[in-house]
Design a protein around this ligand. Structure first.
Ligand SMILES: Cc1cc2nc3c(=O)[nH]c(=O)nc-3n(C[C@H](O)[C@H](O)[C@H](O)COP(=O)(O)OP(=O)(O)OC[C@H]3O[C@@H](n4cnc5c(N)ncnc54)[C@H](O)[C@@H]3O)c2cc1C
Ligand code: SF4
Length: 324
């Protein structure tokens, strides 16, 4: 550890004004403190935002849900509206980490948690995400947990958040506030692909604070689920996961949302599969075809060649769950 200053901000304005070139906001601290302890993040100033009034879950007049950035993962997962109207989100949250971590972890911090690529955590090895230009140890290394979609020659790390997979399926909107004012970012635009700059992971400007996450009203999201395939039943990140919401009338698929975790360098929306399914009659065979389409651009590496098949089975399982 190294010395840093801790500032407890009283409101958003104070938090934003305090930003420096080497500061970090701290929400629950469940990711950032680990990274500081391992000398991966070395902020000179920590801006504690835990006292800000961003802890409410509210329904807007248009039916959208506004989630304050400091709502804990536990409170969001067990909120009555989320459980009833967005089971995929509740299930995604409850599949993550442990009860103690979920009690501390905030919605804003969850979006910005860093990858679990083992080389990112190992400061003795090259990692372009940690030190741009140093190389990627995973591409020819032990890459079992790494991504197969959205990769580049510079980085193949997955985004680890379960919550973000559900939010991708729901077309959430991220509300942010910075020194230049407030703005919103559509979820599809929030995360960036690694390309040549894997150290840049999202479209936030330096010093912008996430204030809320808006979840659009989506009546058919009540018929949804999150399936997470992992190496042990709890306290484990996804090898592969799928968030599905289905609007079906009689046998006809009217609308569908599919997002995948554990396979992409960002939460991965399977839009081609959604387009393929829309307007078709529901059957196991048609879902299987859609699952193949979702993985058709996959590029596997030495130790994760099993992932496309596992992802297809995870998608099938998710559809079975909501049909059951
Ligand atoms: C052992 C373990 C297992 C885990 N398992 C899972 C799992 O299975 N699935 C899963 O999805 N997650 C898992 N997690 C990750 C956990 O969900 C995250 O650590 C947590 O959600 C981060 O939230 P936080 O509030 O603690 O973030 P912090 O650690 O406080 O912050 C994380 C980052 O977000 C920034 N930040 C925080 N809030 C804001 C804001 N409002 N605006 C702008 N920037 C902000 C911080 O500056 C920092 O860079 C696990 C973590 C641990 C330690
Ligand atoms: S995959 Fe990304 S995070 Fe992992 S070693 Fe390569 S550059 Fe680093």
């Amino acid at each position: 550890m190294f010395p840093f200053t801790l500032l407890k901000a009283k409101n958003s304005g104070e938090a934003i004004k305090a930003v420096t070139t080497s500061s970090h906001f701290i929400g629950g601290g469940t990711n950032l403190i680990d990274l500081i302890k391992m000398n991966i993040e070395m902020p000179s100033l920590l801006i504690d935002i835990s006292a800000l009034e961003l802890k409410k879950i509210e329904m807007l007049p248009n039916g959208n849900i506004m989630v304050g950035a400091l709502v804990s993962n536990t409170d969001l997962a067990y909120d009555n509206i989320i459980v009833k109207n967005y089971p995929l989100l509740s299930q995604a949250l409850l599949s993550g980490a442990s009860p103690q971590l979920r009690n501390m972890a905030t919605a804003g911090g969850n979006l910005l948690q860093r990858t679990r690529c083992p080389y990112f955590f190992d400061t003795a090895t090259p990692c372009n995400k940690r030190i741009p230009g140093s190389g990627c140890s995973a591409i020819n290394g032990y890459n079992r947990m790494n991504a197969i979609l959205g990769t580049s020659s510079q980085c193949i790390a997955t985004h680890p958040s379960d919550m973000s997979v559900a939010l991708a399926a729901l077309d959430a909107v991220v509300h942010v506030q910075g020194i230049a004012g407030k703005r919103t970012i559509a979820f599809a635009e929030f995360y960036t692909l690694p390309g040549n700059t894997p150290n840049i992971e999202n479209t936030l400007q330096r010093g912008e604070l996430i204030t809320h996450i808006e979840i659009p009203a989506l009546p058919f999201a009540s018929n949804s689920c999150y399936v997470k395939t992992r190496d042990r039943h709890s306290y484990e990140f996804a090898v592969v996961s799928a968030a599905i919401a289905l609007d079906k009338s009689g046998g006809l698929i009217k609308q569908v949302r599919i997002a995948l975790g554990g396979v992409g360098t960002k939460p991965w929306r399977a839009t081609k599969s959604e387009q393929f399914l829309t307007g078709k009659n529901y059957s196991k065979e048609i879902i299987s075809e859609a699952a193949v389409i979702a993985l058709q651009d996959a590029k596997t590496f030495t130790y994760n060649a099993f992932k496309p098949a596992l992802a297809k089975r995870t998608i099938m399982k998710a559809f079975q769950n909501i049909e059951a």
